[in-house]
Design a binder for this molecule. Structure first.
Ligand SMILES: NC(=O)c1ccc[n+]([C@@H]2O[C@H](COP(=O)([O-])OP(=O)(O)OC[C@H]3O[C@@H](n4cnc5c(N)ncnc54)[C@H](O)[C@@H]3O)[C@@H](O)[C@H]2O)c1
Length: 300
């Protein structure tokens, strides 16, 4: 086992089942002390208990590992403060944070209530803010941190009935893009996993043979790599069924139109050139993008 987490402490949110449980077990198997957070509610995020987190902690300790359970919700600021305080009390450090907790409130946009929107943003996006903010000063001080966000193909590419979830899941990519920049000088690396897996969240949504092929265990190695010392930073890693790929937001090379004659008709007339993808660029910050616009405009 080349990738090890001896002396490292990892918090995995939503680790009472599904993908999070699989990450927690493998982190512990590779030597990490793991804090298993799980609110323990339904897929909709209702009726929580600490039981799910306790079960996974028992699995880890039975296998000779070290783990602690926490049943707080990642969308509860006091609960997150408690989660991190308990981790520091028991293990004295936080090296890895995997923001994995998630719920669904699927409905078409026309039928979706703002309660459905807020509940989903609260767990996926604001929950990732809360946990990350709570560990950030600890990681800054130590000069080391590995943070994994959880996105989804739904956020990257869209999905019918998931306006709330898709917005939250692309939101965490935006959060990662900035944390990548702000964390660099502290060796805090932030990446995103966009998994697909057969879990209770996708039960009944895939044909049985696909559900089986998408076993969560096939996503685990990708997350372990993103949480490791040798991790990259600022990467969206898509993973399912043992297939790994990265996803990026790119901008086409574009065209500098003549500002003297610039109007909507000119944009329409140049649409094929504006959208032509062979010169696409993946910027590492908005500053570079602005510079590109300026240079292209002034070198016309
Ligand atoms: N399964 C997939 O195909 C798939 C695809 C894309 C993204 N994801 C994402 O992967 C993550 C894990 O999903 P999963 O498929 O394992 O589903 P899951 O329902 O098995 O796991 C989610 C876990 O999060 C916990 N949780 C929910 N709300 C919480 C809260 N407020 N605080 C703490 N814990 C909470 C749940 O109790 C549950 O154990 C989620 O973020 C999900 O959106 C999953």
């Amino acid at each position: 086992m080349a990738i090890r987490f001896d002396d490292r402490v990892a918090i995995v949110t939503g680790a009472g089942g599904g993908l999070g449980r699989a990450y927690a077990l493998e982190l512990a198997r590779r030597g990490a002390k793991v804090v298993v957070n799980d609110f323990g509610g339904s897929v909709r995020g209702e009726d929580g208990s600490s039981e799910a987190a306790n079960r996974v902690v028992n699995e880890i300790t039975a296998a000779g590992g070290h783990a602690q359970a926490n049943g707080d919700s990642v969308s509860d600021a006091d609960g997150v403060a408690r989660l991190v305080a308990e981790t520091m009390d028991r293990f004295g450090r936080v090296d890895v944070l995997v923001n994995n907790a998630g719920i669904l409130r699927d409905k078409t946009f026309a039928k979706m209530t703002m309660e459905d929107v807020r509940a989903v943003l609260d767990v996926h996006l604001l929950g990732s803010f809360l946990t990350t903010k709570a560990v950030w000063p600890i990681m800054q001080e130590r000069g080391y941190g590995r943070i994994v966000m959880t996105s989804s193909g739904s956020g990257l590419f869209g999905n019918f009935g998931q306006a709330n979830y898709a917005a939250a899941k692309l939101g965490v990519v935006g959060l990662m893009n900035t944390l990548e920049l702000e964390g660099a000088k502290f060796d805090i690396r932030c990446n995103t996993i966009a998994p697909a897996a057969g879990t209770r969240m996708t039960d009944g949504l895939m044909p049985p043979e696909m559900f089986e092929a998408f076993d969560p265990k096939y996503v685990v190695p990708g997350v372990i790599f993103l949480a490791s010392e040798g991790a990259p930073t600022g990467v969206v890693l898509c993973a399912a069924a043992g297939v790994f790929a990265t996803a990026r937001i790119v901008q086409t090379g574009g065209v500098a139109l003549d500002t003297a004659t610039l109007d909507a008709d000119a944009v329409a007339a140049h649409w094929p050139a504006i959208t032509e993808e062979t010169q696409s660029i993946d910027y590492d910050s908005v500053g570079r993008q602005s510079l590109y616009f300026y240079e292209k405009a002034t070198s016309r």
